[in-house]
Design a protein around this ligand. Structure first.
Ligand code: FAD
Length: 401
């Protein structure tokens, strides 16, 4: 492999988060010359701050579910080759009340089989059998067998190393100041590309601010913790509770979910005030990534609210049945409140921007990057839910013979 800098590539990517890496992967595997530009010294954005849940079970039926299934398959293919952990234990979503249990029953009866979710409702003996009865204090559990658990702070850098070994050129410390018409102007120099894909996450100001401004995009800020159990508890499943039911598209529109919304507001309004729903991800080191809260706005406030952390720790201790010791606290930010979950913007004939408007990049990102590059290389249309009005403006990419 040559290590000389390619100043003219087939595909230039702005951003080394999961979306940028997904497009780089899809392009390099087709034999295209690819360069990734990242302003930081390493990926530092939403993609390393998250839970690392690749969730199939939570996605609404249709294109998002398809993308999640495709992404799951891609993670499983990549993990042994790129040397990162992708746990296949699946997820457990605990119903803590009759109202939450009713949603799980409705999901299993009406939606799971019809749309191909691989999920099962556990009650009684089956619930008691999990982890020596540790979770028997819950009403029931939905086991999502297709959900994967990654450890993003390791998986994302491992993916960068894997792509480097495949010949993708990475320019870190390289802020892209302008991109368009086949030119990239960066702090690392000027480059040319047949096509540029901008995956700049929730930065709406550096590139194409004129185009993004009128979209009135927002960001969502989340408080996160890493904690260890005071006693040994080797959890392998990703955990959620009924608090997540109103937030995930697979459940949010089910009629029974209205009662869960009302119950949360009546019993624990502070959780709603901070947009808290509990997620617990096991790390490969017998620790837990715990979150999250949701605060929305044009910018992310820098100040972590201790009340939020205490609410999260209390929920996690109740759900897990263990005392926790906090090891780390941070906040993550992702793009929010767009016209749909995904925007693909055709900036010009050589430039597209891809944005997610909800927190699902680890669950759908690899599938999305693959579909966008495949559509451009093969000159085929993308589903409207992805391409929107940019469809006719996508210019085919030619692949070397
Ligand atoms: C706390 C938290 C928990 C989450 N949990 C989950 C989860 O469990 N499962 C899930 O599916 N999703 C989850 N998400 C959502 C997921 O992390 C995001 O959807 C995803 O990471 C977005 O990827 P991205 O590549 O668009 O953005 P990012 O990862 O933010 O990457 C964008 C990159 O672009 C770079 N960049 C921006 N502008 C420029 C420029 N002009 N020049 C050069 N570089 C630039 C940035 O430095 C950054 O590295 C979570 C998000 C957060 C914040």
């Amino acid at each position: 492999m040559s290590h000389t800098i390619m100043d003219h590539v087939d595909v230039a990517i702005v951003g080394s988060g999961i979306l940028g890496l997904a497009h780089a992967l899809a392009a390099v595997k087709r034999g295209l010359r690819v360069a990734v530009f990242e302003r930081s010294t390493a990926p530092m954005g939403a993609s390393i701050r998250n839970f690392g849940m690749s969730l199939v079970t939570g996605q609404p039926p249709g294109i998002m579910l398809e993308l999640a299934q495709q992404t799951r398959a891609a993670w499983l293919d990549l993990a042994p080759r790129a040397n990162f952990s992708a746990r296949e234990a699946g997820s457990l979503l605990f119903a803590r009340s009759d109202a939450e249990h009713a949603v799980l029953e409705e999901f299993i009866a009406d939606r799971a089989e019809q749309h191909g979710y691989d999920a099962m409702l556990l009650e009684g003996e089956q619930l008691a059998a999990l982890y020596d009865g540790r979770f028997r204090h819950h009403r029931s559990a939905l086991r999502g067998s297709q959900d994967l658990q990654l450890y993003s702070r390791e998986a994302i850098p491992a993916l960068v190393r894997y792509l480097q070994a495949q010949g993708v050129q990475f320019h870190f410390n390289a802020l892209v100041k302008e991109a368009g018409d086949g030119r990239i102007s960066s702090t690392a120099g000027e480059f040319r590309a047949e096509h540029t894909v901008v995956c700049a996450g929730h930065d709406y100001q550096t590139l194409f601010a004129d185009r993004l401004g009128p979209m009135n995009l927002q960001v969502c800020r989340l408080q996160m913790l890493r904690a260890a159990a005071v006693e040994y508890f080797p959890l392998t499943h990703a955990l959620m509770t009924g608090l997540s039911l109103p937030h995930y598209g697979a459940f949010a529109d089910l009629p029974a979910t209205a009662a869960v919304r009302a119950e949360i507001e009546a019993k624990t309004p502070a959780l709603n005030r901070h947009g808290i729903h509990l997620l617990v991800s096991p790390t490969p080191y017998q620790e837990f990534v715990i979150g999250d809260s949701h605060h929305y706005g044009a910018d992310a406030e820098p100040f972590n609210n201790e009340e939020v952390d205490q609410l999260l720790i209390g929920l996690a201790e109740d759900t897990l049945g263990v005392r926790l010791k906090v090891l780390e606290r941070w906040q993550g930010v992702y793009g929010n409140k767009g016209p749909g979950p995904i925007s693909l913007l055709a900036i010009d004939a050589h430039t597209t921007a891809v944005l997610l408007h909800t927190g699902i990049g680890m669950s759908v990102g690899l599938g999305l990057g693959e579909r966008i590059i495949a559509a451009q290389v093969n000159g085929i249309a993308l589903p409207d839910a992805i391409a929107g009005t940019s469809q006719s403006l996508l210019v085919p990419l030619s692949v070397p013979k």
